[in-house]
Design a binder for this molecule. Structure first.
Ligand code: CA
Length: 241
């Protein structure tokens, strides 16, 4: 059997936190409680959890939105569910801008929360499976093209024409392909692709994305493969047909 998923419950109100920790533990998860941003940071120092349940209203200036952004900068894979109140004025857009995967308004039924947690963990597992299945050699479909991972070129399947990629373009495209359907933050993209050459350092992610779009999108003016996620960065959407 797989190890139970580790969930961190960030909630400053002690009773609410304990109720959630106890409830989720009874559902078979490994659960830790954190009452603040600093407590969350301590808990995630050694190991990132599978999922974080993040109360928006936290004391001391650092709210759940800030912590969601911080978590997302560290990992594209950790699941984030925001726990909101009516006054948080949260909507889907805000959730996406912070990099959160989902949100649930207080008060909520424990079963509703459990359903969302399970659904998100399934999505993460499916995406990890897709990542594991992403070959480091061979060919991948990206936009209207096929990426040849060995020769580091793009192939136009219609004409058979080949397009060269610079090292930093190839790195960025590979990171996109390995993290499909997830909003990826600019800073994170910069960090994971900045090791190779000077071009990666002096060209912003936006410029590199624009160049990639000209190479892989059917219509670069209306990109569908590398989509813009407002205030966050970009999301790669693999071809579905
Ligand atoms: Ca609170």
């Amino acid at each position: 059997m797989a190890a139970p998923a580790h969930i961190i419950v960030v909630e400053d109100e002690a009773t609410q936190r304990e109720v959630l920790v106890e409830y989720l533990s009874r559902q078979g998860f490994r659960v830790s409680g954190a009452d603040s941003g600093p407590a969350l940071r301590r808990l995630t120092e050694r190991e990132l959890p599978s999922l974080v349940l993040l109360d928006v209203g936290l004391p001391d200036g650092e709210d759940g939105f800030a912590l969601a952004r911080w978590l997302r900068e560290r990992s594209a894979r950790v699941g984030i569910i925001m726990v909101t109140t009516a006054t948080d004025m949260v909507d889907r857009v805000v959730g996406l801008e912070t990099g959160a995967d989902d949100y649930i308004p207080k008060p909520f039924e424990p079963r509703e929360l459990l359903a969302r947690i399970k659904s998100l963990l399934r999505r993460i597992a499916a995406s990890a499976g897709a990542n594991a299945a992403t070959p480091s050699t061979g060919r991948l479909r990206v936009g209207r093209c096929v990426l040849d991972l060995d020769r580091r070129i793009l192939i136009d399947p219609t004409s058979g024409g080949e397009t060269r990629l610079t090292a930093s373009e190839f790195d960025l495209l590979k990171v996109f392909a390995e993290n499909p359907n997830r909003p990826l933050m600019r800073d994170w993209l910069m960090e994971v692709t900045a090791h190779r050459d000077m071009e990666a350092l002096d060209r912003s992610i936006d410029l590199r994305v624009a160049r990639l779009r000209r190479k892989i999108e059917a219509d670069p003016a209306y990109p569908t493969a590398i989509r813009t996620v407002r205030s966050v960065g970009y999301m790669f959407v693999p071809p579905t047909d």
